[in-house]
Write a protein that binds this ligand. Structure first.
Ligand code: AMP
Ligand code: GLY
Length: 441
C-alpha cells in the first residue's frame, strides 16, 4: 500500500489511544472522535461524541475517511456500522444485529446454544418477579444473576447462595439506571475456574485468533472489591498454551461465527470471548463485539505486522487473503491507573504529572484514557485515567517496566492494582516446576 490512508477511530479511552498509535505506525493518518489528551499527540481529535452517529458519518464523509474503526460497544449496538455502510463508507465492526451478541445476553445464549458452544446453563426471565419465583423454588446453589442488556459491567452479580441471588434480582429489578438494560434477567450456573480473554478478528468466514490474555476485572489486589471495566492485563497468558488456544478456536470461536452466519447475522469485527477455564474445559462467560480495554493495549504493543491491513481486509471481507499477524516474542503488561473513587463517582480535573518521564522508561507506552488538556497541563477526566503498557523479554520484566513507569505518574488520588500479571507469573513457575528437567541435574 503506497498512498496514505485516512482512518477514523471512534472512542476516547486508552483502547482508542492504542488503536490510533498503532494505526499511525502502520502508515495511516488518524482522526479520533472525540479522543483524549493522549490521542491528540499521535492523531487529530475531532470533537464528536461516539454516540452521535449522524455527526460521525458526516465527519467521515467531509474528511474523506477510508475506514472507520469503532472502539466501544454502545455505538456498535446502536448501529454505527450500519449507518456508515448505508452512507457508502467503510467501517470495521459488527452491524447492530451482530453486536447483539454483546448487547443482549439472552441473544448470546441462543447463538451459543445453536452452535453447541460450551457455556454456563441458564434461564432467562422477562421480569424480576419471575426470576424471584424460580430462585425460591429451586435448590439453593451458587448462581450468577445478570441484566439482559448493556450495563457497562454493572449488571452482573456473582452470588454464593439463594439469599444473595434474591437480593441481586431486587437490585436489578429496582435500579432505575438499569431499566434500559434490564429488559430481562438471566440466572445462570456459577462456573469455577480461571478467567481468560481470547479475541479474534473475523470477517464472518475467516477467523484470525489473537494471543490469549488475562484481564483483572476486580478493583483491588487479589481480585477483591467491585467489578470494573478492567484494571490491567497481560499477554500472552500461560493459562492457555498453543493446544488450548487451538481448542478454543475450534470449539468456541468457529462454531460461534458459523452459528451467527446461519442465523443470518454475519459477524465482522472483533469477537472477544470472556472464558472460564473449568474442570470440564473452557466455557463462554460472555462475548463482546469489540476490542477489550485494557486487552487491546496489551495486544497492540506485541503486534509487529500491520493492524491496518487486518482491519481493512475485514471491512472488505477478504481476511482470507491476508497473511497471519506477526507477534513479538516479548510479553506485555498493562496497568490501569484510576482516579480516587473509581468504579464509583470520581473527581475530575486533577493535574497529572510525570507522563513524559513514564513514557521514557524503556519498552513502555503510556496510553491515555480519561484525560484532557487544560492550558498547558493534562488533567484527569474520569475513572480509568491511563494505561501504562510495557514489553519485556519475560512477563516478570514487562511487569517491572510497567510499574517503574507507573511510579513516575502522579495526581492526587491516583491508584492502581499492584498485582497485575501475578497469576500468570505463578502459573509459569508451576509449569516450570512440573516440567521434566533437561539440565542433567
Ligand atoms: P460478564 O459481563 O457476563 O462477563 O460478567 C462479568 C464477570 O462476572 C465475569 O468477568 C466473571 O468474572 C463473572 N461471571 C459472569 N458469569 C459468570 C458465571 N457463569 N460463573 C462465574 N462467574 C461469572
Ligand atoms: N476488559 C474487559 C472489557 O473490555 O470488556
Amino acid at each position: 500500500m503506497t498512498e496514505s490512508r485516512r482512518v477514523l477511530v471512534v472512542g476516547q479511552g486508552a483502547r482508542e489511544h492504542a488503536l490510533a498509535w498503532k494505526l499511525t505506525r502502520d502508515g495511516a493518518e488518524v482522526l479520533v472522535a472525540p479522543g483524549n489528551a493522549g490521542t491528540a499527540a499521535v492523531a487529530e481529535n475531532v470533537p464528536v461524541p461516539p454516540g452521535d452517529i449522524p455527526a460521525l458519518v458526516a465527519v467521515a464523509r467531509d474528511r474523506r475517511v477510508d475506514l472507520a474503526v469503532i472502539g466501544p460497544e454502545a455505538p456498535l449496538v446502536a448501529g454505527v456500522v450500519d449507518a456508515f455502510r448505508a452512507a457508502g463508507l467503510r467501517a470495521f465492526g459488527p452491524t447492530a444485529a451482530a453486536a447483539r451478541l454483546e448487547g443482549s445476553k439472552a441473544f448470546c445464549k441462543q447463538i451459543l446454544h445453536r452452535g453447541d458452544v460450551p457455556t454456563a446453563m441458564y434461564r432467562a426471565f422477562p421480569t424480576a418477579a419471575r426470576a424471584r419465583e424460580y430462585l425460591a423454588a429451586r435448590e439453593d446453589v451458587p448462581v450468577v444473576v445478570k441484566a439482559d442488556g448493556l450495563a457497562a459491567g454493572k449488571g452482573v452479580y456473582v452470588c454464593g447462595d439463594r439469599a444473595e441471588a434474591l437480593a441481586a434480582v431486587d437490585a436489578l429489578g429496582g435500579d432505575p439506571a438499569l431499566t434500559g438494560a434490564a429488559q430481562g434477567i438471566l440466572v445462570e450456573e456459577r462456573l469455577d475456574g480461571v478467567e481468560v480473554s481470547v479475541l479474534a478478528i473475523t470477517d464472518g468466514r475467516t477467523i484470525v485468533t489473537l494471543p490469549p490474555l488475562q484481564d483483572h476485572k476486580a478493583a483491588h489486589d487479589g481480585d477483591a472489591g467491585p467489578n470494573t471495566g478492567g484494571m490491567g492485563a497481560y499477554c500472552p497468558t500461560p493459562f492457555v498454551d498453543d493446544a488450548a488456544l487451538a481448542d478454543i478456536e475450534a470449539r468456541i470461536l468457529v462454531p460461534t461465527v458459523h452459528a451467527l452466519r446461519r442465523a443470518k447475522v454475519p459477524f465482522h469485527g472483533v469477537l472477544y470471548a470472556g472464558l472460564m477455564l473449568t474442570a470440564q474445559g473452557p466455557k463462554v462467560l460472555e462475548f463482546n463485539a469489540r476490542f477489550g480495554d485494557p486487552e487491546c493495549q496489551a495486544l497492540l504493543v506485541r503486534l509487529e505486522s500491520s493492524l491496518l491491513e487486518l482491519l481493512d481486509a475485514t471491512a472488505d471481507r477478504r481476511l482470507e487473503a491476508v497473511a497471519d499477524p506477526v507477534w513479538r516474542d516479548e510479553a506485555s503488561v498493562t496497568v490501569v491507573m484510576a482516579a480516587e473513587g473509581y468504579p464509583g463517582a470520581v473527581e475530575r480535573g486533577r493535574p497529572i504529572t510525570g507522563l513524559d518521564a513514564a513514557a521514557a522508561v524503556p519498552d513502555v507506552q503510556v496510553f491515555q484514557a480519561a484525560t484532557r488538556r487544560a492550558g498547558d497541563r493534562v488533567v484527569t477526566d474520569g475513572g480509568r485515567v491511563v494505561s501504562v503498557t510495557a514489553l519485556g523479554h519475560s512477563l516478570a520484566r514487562a511487569k517491572l517496566q510497567a510499574y517503574t513507569a507507573v511510579r513516575q505518574i502522579r495526581w492526587p488520588g491516583a491508584w492502581c492494582r499492584k498485582d497485575i500479571a501475578d497469576k500468570g507469573l505463578a502459573r509459569s513457575r508451576e509449569l516450570l516446576a512440573a516440567a521434566p528437567g533437561d539440565d542433567g541435574a
